[in-house]
Ligand binder design. Structure first.
Ligand code: C2E
Ligand code: MG
Ligand code: MG
Length: 442
């Protein structure tokens, strides 16, 4: 019975003509490999090479199916001779073969392999009865991206193979349409952003931060926007590209100067208001950043203790501690330091003790689940308590509903920010608030 089961297993997953694993086997294997990778975060490339014999149908029709099958078996032997144990060769069907390549660290090696497979088919004629027949192969290669599933991966390789065939027999084509598009649009975006900075198409909005006990506006957070031909574009859509291209450094400097100037003017009209400005890692690590900040403070006359610089948790832990040194220098200038989006996973509660910061801003995802999720509610409470114990001010972000505000007040959270308090607004909107009693109705 075991032998019979093995036999059934073999017939289910193998191709009788070539002795190779068949399509079902490869589909399963690809699924397993990709699922496995998702867990291991393997950096090696996983790829599929799709190979179609050019002109095979003509051979089959003229020489007959038996001889056609014999040719396929020869082709399979040649292909297998080029592969090692990290690849699975399967007969996909008809005159199509597919290779699943696992654990090949570099994309170039996969492409090299694809070309070798093409050569092993094309270089020597196949023996069909008493005739010698020269064939070529059209080959498509697709690489797994982090979110590609096995169906997509195989389809992409098939698409690439079809394109290779369209270019004429014997070509290798790599499926890269998507990659190509994103690279191109990224470069275009970076060029647009450089122009925008020159043309002054960026502007700032300010979101009030209030003292939760008194409802007084104690400071504002400056948030950058881009006026792209009349349409307002938010930072999430362009900051990544600005960081990649290094534009964040001059852009960040503009943001800091613009915000400091504005708030310095507001303060002249006797409004004791603070300012928070976000920093990206690139900015913090750029040469002379500390002296740039000092220069802007001197130019605008904004007192240093009024300025809070916000950085992500990652900034504090990355760059081999170099960023922390930078931030310590900034703090020596007398400015305040805040950890933004606190609780998102990098700086654990334990780390907080080692970092010299003045404030932590609880991530909006915590605020969102307050009172709905017991663990989140408990964690928020713990963070607020820890902040108090360490003498660090706690700001809750993303307050949208009255019950969230109530919860935070009962936990004695110092300050808050969110749509319930006020949406980010143009400078003019803030000026209207200054005219009033600088409080909000909560
Ligand atoms: P952030 O520093 O955590 O800023 C708060 C974000 O939450 C803002 O999004 C704000 O509009 C949004 N927000 C405020 N209240 C609520 C609320 O009640 N509910 C919800 N759902 N969202 C709320 P925005 O302006 O899109 O900024 C996104 C992120 O971009 C900022 O997160 C910050 O990390 C970054 N960013 C913004 N401006 C700058 C800048 O000038 N320089 C740098 N380096 N980064 C910036
Ligand atoms: Mg922020
Ligand atoms: Mg935040």
């Amino acid at each position: 019975q075991v032998a019979l089961q093995d036999e059934v297993q073999h017939l289910t997953f193998h191709d009788g003509v070539t002795g190779l694993p068949n399509r079902s086997y490869l589909e399963q294997r690809a699924g397993d490999v990709l699922a496995h990778r998702a867990i291991n975060e393997d950096t090696d490339e996983i790829a599929v090479i799709f190979l179609d014999l050019d002109g095979f149908t003509a051979v089959n029709d003229s020489a007959g199916h038996v001889r056609g099958d014999h040719l396929l078996a020869q082709a399979a032997r040649r292909l297998r001779g080029e592969l090692d144990s990290s690849s699975t060769l399967a007969r996909w069907g008809g005159d199509e073969f597919a290779v699943l390549v696992e654990g090949s660290a570099r994309a170039q090696r996969v492409v090299d392999l694809a070309e070798r497979l093409g050569r092993t088919i094309a270089l020597e004629p196949f023996q069909v009865a008493d005739r010698e027949i020269l064939l070529t192969a059209s080959i498509g290669v697709a690489f797994a991206e982090p979110t590609t599933d096995s169906g997509e991966l195989l389809r992409n390789a098939d698409v690439a193979m079809t394109r290779a065939k369209e270019r004429g027999a014997g070509h290798v084509e790599v499926y890269a349409a998507h990659m190509h598009d994103t690279v191109v649009s990224r470069l275009e975006l970076q060029a647009r952003l450089r122009e925008a900075l020159v043309e002054g198409a960026f502007f700032l909005e300010y979101q009030p931060i209030v003292d939760l006990e008194s409802s007084q506006v104690t400071s504002v957070e400056a948030l950058v926007r881009w006026d792209r031909d009349g349409r307002t574009v938010g930072p999430d859509e362009f900051l990544g590209a600005a960081e990649e291209s290094g534009l964040i450094v001059p852009l960040g400097e503009w943001i800091l100067r613009e915000a400091c100037e504005k708030v310095a003017v507001w303060r002249v009209s006797d409004w004791d208001i603070g300012l928070s400005v976000n920093l990206s890692v690139k900015q913090v690590m750029s040469p002379r950043f500390v002296s740039t900040v000092a220069g802007i403070l001197a130019e605008t006359g904004l007192p240093e203790e009024v300025l809070t610089l916000e950085v992500d948790e990652e900034v504090l832990l990355g760059e081999g501690g170099e960023a922390v040194t930078r931030l310590a220098e900034l703090r020596e200038l007398g400015v305040q330091l805040a950890i933004d989006d606190y609780g998102m996973g990098y700086a654990s509660l334990a780390h907080l003790r080692e970092l010299s910061v003045d404030a932590i801003k609880i991530d909006p995802s915590f605020t969102a689940d307050l009172g709905r999720d017991d663990t989140v509610t408990l964690l928020t409470h713990t963070i607020i308590q820890l902040g108090r114990d360490l003498g660090v001010e706690v700001v809750a972000e993303g307050i949208e509903r009255p019950e969230q505000l109530e919860q935070l007040r009962s936990m004695h959270c110092d300050r808050g920010q969110g749509f319930l308090v006020a949406r980010p607004m143009a400078a003019a909107g803030m000026e209207a608030l200054v005219g009033g009693e600088a409080g909000v109705n909560l």
